[in-house]
Design a protein around this ligand. Structure first.
Ligand code: NAP
Length: 302
């Protein structure tokens, strides 16, 4: 069997087209566009390239986009004051602070200072609580888990009653996607198991999964023999395993590998996401959707 590929690159385009259309309609009717500010402290190369992709996507969609770059040595106090300024700015619906922050700044303090109704990353404890309650309480599901769920739904994979196994228990991927999959509602109603480094029989759990979501950050951790025939495999892992020269640009680029042995796994799974081009492109897409939804909540359109 050769698995059906669930391509994030294609699903991203569908969703961005839907968002773009909605933004135009809202602008025509209400004369307002989603406003997103991205605060970048310092010049971490990975953060710079991720942030520039966010800016490009926001601009394509017709958002008001503010790229607020701050020096590495900005004080915690000044950063808190900046967040306060954007919390009070009515033209801004989403505030995003790019992580990691320099060591002298307390990440938690900064993220908790963002108005929960502008926390489009969904990391504020209020939004984590809303996610846990589920249903109409949820405002901003965290972007990577939201992207994973969207891919499963759009691929037409049945989630109701499905055995879902999530490898990894991080706050940004493993725990939230596990909660989302076991809630009542569309793309959920699953029976969920979370596994991690202390799990006794990792292989045995993975073998039971109708939907296997892997977010461990260990290249090739999941072996093909751990996969149930016909299962849906979502590989969240993005691991740099080397460098190569890009044929397109002639520049050095990272060789990326997922947490699943893709070539062998695609012969067993029913559905599988590639790395790169799978879950990766979904994160920024869902950030854009959360920002649009933030505007809709504010305007009473949701
Ligand atoms: P993380 O915070 O490092 O968490 C990794 C989790 O995997 C931990 O819970 C850890 O267990 C578990 N784990 C690690 N090795 C394991 C093993 N051998 N067996 C069982 N469990 C194991 O990582 P993360 O932030 O969730 O990210 C995970 C991966 O997803 C990374 O490759 C990251 O780059 C990628 N990622 C991609 C996107 C995207 O595509 N948009 C977004 C976020 C993350 P313990 O808790 O027991 O240590």
């Amino acid at each position: 069997m050769t698995a059906q590929l669930i391509k994030g690159t294609e699903i991203r385009e569908q969703i961005l087209d839907e968002i773009e259309k909605e933004v135009k309609e809202i602008k025509e009717k209400h004369n307002v566009v989603p406003g997103l500010v991205t605060i970048l402290v310092g010049e971490n190369p990975a953060s710079v390239s991720y942030v520039s992709l966010k800016v490009k996507t926001a601009e394509r969609l017709g958002y008001k986009e503010i790229q607020d770059n701050q020096p590495e040595d900005i004080s915690e106090e000044d950063l808190l004051a900046l967040i306060d300024k954007y919390n009070k700015d009515d033209s801004i619906h989403g505030i995003l602070v790019q992580l990691p922050l320099p060591d002298h700044i307390d990440d938690k303090k900064i993220l908790n200072a963002i108005d929960p109704d502008k926390d489009v990353d969904g990391f504020h404890p209020v939004n984590v609580g809303r996610l846990m309650i589920g249903g109409s309480e949820v405002k901003f599901p965290p972007c990577t888990p939201a992207g994973i769920q969207e891919m499963i739904v759009r691929a037409g994979v049945e989630t109701s009653g499905a055995e879902v196994v999530v490898v990894g228990r991080s706050n940004i991927v493993g725990k939230p996607i596990a909660i989302m999959m076991c809630q009542k509602g569309k793309g959920a109603n699953s029976t969920v198991t979370i596994v991690h480094t202390r799990t006794k029989d990792l292989e045995g759990h993975c073998k039971r999964a109708d939907i296997l979501i892997v977010a461990a950050g260990v290249p090739g951790l999941v072996k093909p023999e751990w996969i149930k025939k016909g299962a849906c495999v979502i590989d969240v892992g993005v691991n740099r395993v080397g460098e190569k020269i890009s044929e397109k640009t002639g520049k050095k680029v990272a060789i990326l590998r997922g947490d699943v042995d893709f070539d062998a796994a695609k012969e067993i799974a029913g559905y599988i996401t590639p790395v790169p081009g799978g879950v990766g492109p979904m994160t920024i897409t869902m950030l854009m959707r959360n920002t649009l939804n933030s505007l809709k909540f504010r305007q009473g359109l949701m």
